[in-house]
Design a protein around this ligand. Structure first.
Ligand code: GLA
Length: 679
């Protein structure tokens, strides 16, 4: 509930449990007690928080006018409702030609509010430009809680999405990416509870930014013990000059309040993503094979054909050829930008491979990294000025590559046309769209945003022109996982780290906001190339079956027994896939102690899947029965494998006996089906 008082500032009166209009209006009669004396009563309570006046809390809107003025003096100009679901509140500066609109969209069938802001220069040709120093999409004001605890993910390459839950200190806590991508190191979402919420109980406030570039979150805990969360795109310190008639729109920041602990909060986010963000949520994501860990850059037509034959035998539905198929790309120092098949490796183009893959009944996918170029490429030799660079500064190479400046329309057009041509000239059903380095030497502050907006434009146009093509989002693994790209891609490669045990942690953090339906996960070889850890085949499969199953192993080295076992696990995945990808997820046990488990329940509660993993075997500690969630309590469920029948009430109250094999890294998959009553 928002309130514009006599000071014409936009105050947040209530965010939390639902109130009807009459109940909400009654809040006006009982203002919250605030300390008085020299304290400003509005500080820390504003949903739109401009610099200026007697206010010192974080300002989500910061402007610098041509005369040096850095304060705003906003007058409320009115409210309108757009398209039934969106409230738009308009403000104007009393003296400078600046207007601000704050948008609040109530998202149907969810508790989500999508917020954004537009800043506009309303002056004429005679007026000077002004600079936008900061324009957060939204500032969310929390009610007074006993205490405040903040949940976020941190990480690095190959260790993304590490959940961190810690008491919010007083003052400002900032989390950011300054890399031009949403980053491996943090993710643009946050949840806050009062310090007592568990997986099953408690109130959780959360917000997430739909943006794939740099961003910053300011979580501020004031001296009066109130908290506001302000989330926005771009760089602190950047200056965007707005000329008369120009406007600066922010991306969407979605926020929601939930009851029922972190489990219910995540399920509510999954529901929102699946019903309002992710394309084609009704489609089951295919079982894919990816050749990267098998071949690296050592790609040949014969090798790919052989891998495709073996993948098809396993029941794979989509065969993806990774890096190394184009230009002079026989290592990572050449070829990016030259998107034609390498003539030595594919003398007759891709058709011999795509035809063969299709004849095996699989779809064909191709790795691309269209936003990049290697200095050793024909593209760079023809257009050295097309990369993001600053005059008189070295061009920092990361993985021997430079970033094409997508903020420039001719470069964006080249990237679009290149991928468009690839799709028109080849029978490609799926792209793995990679982006393997962040931006450096950004000479103009506008590039940060324009890069992302043009990337979105390219993807939107490609999707419209090639509606049957599906896209996997990758950025050295999970470097660009966010609501902005999830609206334009069908699944995401959440980490290059394919060690199943590490993966349990990464998947746990990922699942806080993002649904299993978009979580690509591969089974690879053991020992794992990243960690050297040895894990059983079933353990690797079970970890990957918690999301969109893929296989990334060197199948050429698998013996008949392994291939046979893998084929039956793929078949088992296909049986549980609708429940995993489209059901509700319950994190039964986080991957922190000796046992970790996750459960999925179909919407009608007729099917449930439990995946359990022993992390460490300790003598004298038996595996506990695992209390399940979300089942129909009056029903009985049959285990698909053993035929054993359980009372749901017992599974909920006491638990499922796990029957894990006697080993470290033991795992089990239990598929439960409701026993329907005979009429
Ligand atoms: C990135 C991706 C990998 C693989 C390589 C290819 O690291 O995350 O999955 O595609 O690029 O170079």
């Amino acid at each position: 509930m928002l309130h514009v008082g006599p000071d014409e500032l936009l105050q947040s009166l209530h965010w939390g449990p639902r109130l009807d209009v009459e109940q909400a209006a009654s809040l006006l009669e009982q203002p919250e007690p605030r300390s008085r004396s020299v304290e400003d009563p509005a500080d820390g309570t504003l949903a739109l928080s401009p610099t200026g006046g007697y206010r010192y809390a974080h300002a989500g809107l910061q402007i610098r006018f041509a005369d040096g003025t850095r304060t705003l003096d906003l007058a409320f100009r009115g409210a309108r409702v757009e398209g039934q679901d969106t409230l738009v509140l308009s403000f104007e500066d009393r003296c400078h030609p600046l207007a601000v609109e704050a948008f609040f969209r109530v998202v149907a069938d969810t508790d989500v509010i999508e917020r954004r802001m537009v800043v506009r220069h309303t002056g004429g040709p005679e007026d000077e430009p002004f600079e936008v120093l900061r324009a957060d999409s939204a500032t969310w004001v929390l009610p007074g809680l006993e205490d405040y605890r903040i949940s976020q993910v941190r990480g690095q390459w190959a260790a993304e999405h590490q959940l961190d839950r810690t008491r919010l200190p007083f003052g400002e806590t900032r989390t950011a990416s300054r890399r031009g991508i949403s980053s491996h190191h943090a993710n643009p979402w946050v949840m806050v509870d009062d310090g007592t919420a568990s997986e099953q109980v408690g109130q959780v406030y959360g917000c997430a930014l739909a943006w794939s570039g740099s961003w910053e979150l300011v979580a501020e805990r004031t001296g009066e013990d109130r908290v506001a969360l302000s989330l926005g795109a771009d760089h602190p310190g950047s200056r965007i000059a707005l000329a008369p008639g120009e406007e600066w729109p922010t991306p969407v920041c979605a926020g929601q309040f939930t009851h029922g602990g972190f489990g219910a909060a995540s399920r509510a986010w999954h529901r929102y993503l699946r019903s309002h963000v992710v394309p084609h949520p009704q489609e089951l994501r295919p079982v894919l094979y990816n050749s990267w860990e098998a071949t690296g850059f050592d790609i040949s037509l014969e090798g790919q054909l052989a891998l495709a034959d073996r993948a098809a035998r396993l029941g794979v539905e989509l065969f993806v050829m990774d890096d190394g198929w184009f230009g002079a790309r026989t290592h990572d120092a050449a070829g990016l930008g030259d998107w034609t098949p390498n003539p030595d490796r594919f003398p007759d183009g891709l058709a011999p491979l795509t035809d063969h893959v299709h004849s095996l009944g699989m779809a064909f996918g191709l790795w691309v990294e269209p936003e990049m170029t290697n200095p050793d490429s024909d593209l760079y030799r023809s257009h050295p000025d097309w990369v993001v660079h600053a005059p008189n500064r070295p061009r920092t190479e990361v993985r021997n590559q430079l970033v094409l400046d997508l903020s420039r329309d001719e470069v964006a057009a080249f990237v679009h046309d290149t991928v468009d041509r690839l799709l028109r000239e080849n029978a490609v059903d799926f792209l793995k769209w990679d982006m393997n380095r962040p931006l450096t030497e950004v000479a103009d502050d506008r590039i940060w945003s324009a890069y992302v907006r043009n990337l979105y434009g390219i993807l939107d146009r490609l999707r419209a022109a090639h509606p049957a093509v599906r896209i996997e989002n990758c950025s050295s693994g999970g470097g660009r996982t966010d609501l902005g790209l999830l609206a334009r891609t069908d699944q995401t490669w959440i980490s290059d780290n394919t060690d199943a045990a590490d993966r349990l942690h990464i998947q746990h953090g990922f699942s806080q906001l993002y649904p299993a339906q978009v979580m690509g996960a591969w089974v690879t070889d053991s020992p794992n190339p990243f960690t050297g850890r040895t894990t059983p085949l079933a353990y690797r499969f079970h970890a990957a079956m918690a999301g969109v199953l893929g296989i990334g192993a060197d199948l050429a080295s698998w013996d008949e027994a392994e291939l046979g076992r893998a084929a039956s696990l793929v078949a088992q995945y296909k049986a549980i896939r609708p429940t995993v990808q489209q059901g509700r997820q319950y994190r039964l046990r986080p991957p922190v102690r000796n046992l970790s488990a996750v459960q999925y329940v179909s919407a009608d509660r007729s099917e449930a899947v439990v995946l359990a993993f022993r992390l460490e075997r300790r003598f004298g500690r038996t595996d506990p029965a695992l209390a399940l969630r979300g089942l129909d309590p009056a029903a009985r469920y049959r285990e698909a494998g053993t035929g054993r029948v359980h009372h749901a009430a017992v599974l909920l109250a006491r638990g499922l006996p796990l029957d894990l094999p006697a080993d470290d890294r033991a795992s089990n998959l239990v598929h439960l089906q409701r026993v329907e009553h005979q009429p």
